[in-house]
Design a protein around this ligand. Structure first.
Ligand SMILES: *[C@@H]1O[C@H](CO)[C@@H](O)[C@H](O)[C@H]1NC(C)=O
Ligand SMILES: *[C@@H]1O[C@H](CO)[C@@H](O)[C@H](O)[C@H]1NC(C)=O
Ligand SMILES: *[C@@H]1O[C@H](CO)[C@@H](O)[C@H](O)[C@H]1NC(C)=O
Ligand SMILES: *[C@@H]1O[C@H](CO)[C@@H](O)[C@H](O)[C@H]1NC(C)=O
Ligand SMILES: *[C@@H]1O[C@H](CO)[C@@H](O)[C@H](O)[C@H]1NC(C)=O
Ligand SMILES: *[C@@H]1O[C@H](CO)[C@@H](O)[C@H](O)[C@H]1NC(C)=O
Ligand SMILES: *[C@@H]1O[C@H](CO)[C@@H](O)[C@H](O)[C@H]1NC(C)=O
Length: 386
C-alpha cells in the first residue's frame, strides 16, 4: 500500500463520518449505522458443510457446491477472489480452448502453476446459482522459474516436485515471493480431488467483481433474483447468508468502502476496509484490514517490528468510534499455538504483512460476524452474542 492510497482511505473514512453528522443532533446515531436495507428481502443461509465438526474456526469453512452436476466440496476463502475448478468436472478441454480465454494462477508461495482457461461458469451453491469467471484448470505444474512476461500462461520449465514446505521463502528459485501468502500445505488443499477452492473476498490483487461468485448470484432455489436481492453476504460461525437484507444485518455497524483507485463508478471494485493497528510499544497506525477464512494465523504490519509476546491491538475501521476491536499476542511461526491459548481470536502464529494493517486470519470470526454489501460497498462487523 502506498502512502497515497493510505491518504485516500483516510479521506473516505472521514467523509463517512461527515455524512452521519448531518443526522438530527437529538439522536446520537453511530456514524457507522448501516444503510436501510428494508427494500431487500431475498436471501438464503447456507450452513457450512463442515459446521458440525469444525469448532471455533479450527479449519476453513466449506460449502457443498455442484458444477455441471458434479458435487464438490468448496473451501470458502475470503482471502482470495475467484474459483478454480478442475476441467475433469464436466468441461470439454478442446471446447475450452476455443471459447474461453487462456489463463493461469500462480500460487507464489508454493510455485504451483494452475494452467487453464477463464470461463464464465455457473456454480450451484446449495440451491443458489451464481455465475462468474472461473479458472477451469487443465493442468497443474510445479514451475519455480515461471515468469508470466516471458512464459505467457503456460509453464516452460516444469519440474517434478514443488516440495518446499517451510523452506519456500528461502528457495533461490522462488519467483514473485510475497511474504504473507499461504504455504504449501494450503496449496495441497487447493488441489485436492473432489474439491474446489472458492475465493469470495474482495480487493485482492487485480481481481474484480466479475470473478466473485458471491457478487453474481442469479437465482435462489430456481427463482431468478430481482431488485429485491442485494448482492453480498454475512459470514457467521455456522454458515454464510447470501443476500443482504434488513434482518440479516441487525446488530451490525458498517463503514463505506472506497472504490479501488482508477475504478469506474458501478464497477463494484471495492477497496480494502481500514483498520488501525498497534504493536507492543509502537503507535497506532492506519492501515488495511482482512479477516481471511483461509488461514488460522495472522499477518500484521505496524510502525515497529513485532517481537514474540508483544500485544497487538486492532481497531476497525480506526481508533475513532471503532466497531471492531481485538487484541492478540505476537507469536512466531516456530512457536505456533504457544501463546494466547485462552483468547478466542488468538491466531496460531503472527507473521509480518507487506502492507500496513492486518490480516487477522479466521480466528477473528470467533468474536465477530462479517458483512460485505457488494452492491453498495459497505463493510461491517457484529460482535457475536456468545
Ligand atoms: C452447527 O454445528 C453446531 C455444533 O454441532 C450445532 O449446534 C449447530 O446447530 C449447527 N448449526 C447449523 C446451522 O447447522
Ligand atoms: C471453543 O471455544 C470455547 C470458548 O473458548 C471453549 O469453551 C470450547 O471448549 C472450544 N471448543 C472446542 C471444541 O475447542
Ligand atoms: C468437445 O468439443 C469438441 C469441439 O471443440 C467436439 O468436437 C467434441 O465432440 C466435444 N467432445 C465431447 C465429449 O463433447
Ligand atoms: C501438464 O504438466 C506436465 C508437467 O507437470 C507436463 O509434462 C504436461 O505436458 C502438461 N500437460 C499438458 C496437457 O499441458
Ligand atoms: C490480473 O491481471 C493480469 C494481467 O493483466 C491477468 O493476466 C490476470 O488474469 C488477472 N487476474 C485476475 C484474477 O483478474
Ligand atoms: C488515522 O485516521 C484517522 C481518521 O480516521 C485520523 O484522524 C488519524 O489522524 C490517522 N492517524 C494517523 C497516524 O495517520
Ligand atoms: C518481522 O520483520 C522484522 C524486521 O522488520 C523482524 O525483526 C521480525 O523477526 C519479523 N517477524 C516475523 C514474525 O517474521
Amino acid at each position: 500500500m502506498t502512502t497515497k492510497a493510505l491518504f485516500s482511505l483516510a479521506i473516505s473514512l472521514f467523509a463517512g463520518e461527515w455524512q452521519a453528522a448531518a443526522l438530527p443532533a437529538s439522536s446520537p446515531v453511530s456514524p457507522y449505522t448501516p444503510p436501510d436495507y428494508s427494500a431487500f428481502t431475498k436471501s438464503k443461509f447456507l450452513t457450512y458443510a463442515n459446521n458440525a465438526s469444525n469448532h471455533n474456526w479450527t479449519n476453513a469453512p466449506t460449502l457443498s457446491i455442484s458444477v455441471n452436476n458434479y458435487p464438490l466440496t468448496a473451501t470458502m476463502d475470503t482471502g482470495s477472489t475467484g474459483i478454480v475448478i478442475d476441467a475433469k468436472y464436466g468441461f470439454n478441454a478442446s471446447q475450452l480452448s476455443k471459447t474461453c480465454q487462456i489463463g493461469h494462477i500462480l500460487y507464489t508461495s508454493s510455485n504451483w502453476l494452475q494452467e487453464g482457461y477463464w470461463c464464465t461458469t455457473d456454480v450451484n451453491i446449495g440451491g443458489v446459482v451464481a455465475s462468474a469467471l472461473a479458472l477451469v484448470r487443465t493442468n497443474a505444474t510445479c514451475c519455480p522459474d515461471f515468469n508470466a512476461t516471458t512464459d505467457g500462461d503456460r509453464c516452460k520449465n516444469p519440474v517434478d516436485s514443488c516440495v518446499c514446505a517451510g523452506g519456500c521463502a528461502t528457495s533461490a528459485t522462488r519467483r514473485n515471493l510475497s511474504p504473507g501468502e499461504p504455504d504449501s500445505a494450503f496449496m495441497a488443499r487447493r488441489q485436492a480431488v473432489g474439491s474446489a477452492y472458492m475465493g469470495v473476498g474482495f480487493a485482492r490483487g487485480n481481481s474484480t467483481a466479475a470473478y466473485n461468485l458471491f457478487m453474481n448470484v442469479k437465482s435462489i432455489d430456481g427463482v431468478a433474483v430481482d431488485s429485491t436481492y442485494r448482492q453480498g453476504y454475512v459470514v457467521t460461525s455456522t454458515g454464510v447468508q447470501l443476500g443482504i437484507t434488513k434482518a440479516s444485518t441487525v446488530g451490525f455497524k458498517a463503514a463505506k468502502l472506497a472504490l479501488k483507485p482508477g475504478s469506474a463508478a458501478g464497477s463494484r471494485n471495492w477497496d480494502q476496509p481500514t483498520a488501525a493497528v498497534k504493536i507492543g510499544s509502537g503507535n497506532w497506525i492506519n492501515g488495511t484490514f482482512l479477516a481471511d477464512t483461509g488461514i488460522p494465523n495472522a499477518y500484521v504490519l505496524g510502525d515497529v517490528a513485532q517481537k514474540s509476546g508483544d500485544e497487538i491491538s486492532i481497531a476497525v475501521p480506526g481508533t475513532t468510534n471503532p466497531f471492531g476491536e481485538v487484541q492478540f499476542s505476537a507469536v512466531p511461526k516456530a512457536n505456533a499455538g504457544s501463546l494466547g491459548t485462552k483468547n478466542p481470536v488468538q491466531p496460531t502464529w503472527v507473521g509480518n504483512r507487506t502492507a500496513i494493517g492486518v490480516n487477522t486470519g479466521r480466528k477473528f470470526y470467533n468474536k465477530y460476524d462479517l458483512l460485505f454489501d457488494a452492491d453498495g460497498g459497505y463493510f461491517g462487523l457484529r460482535e457475536k452474542s456468545s
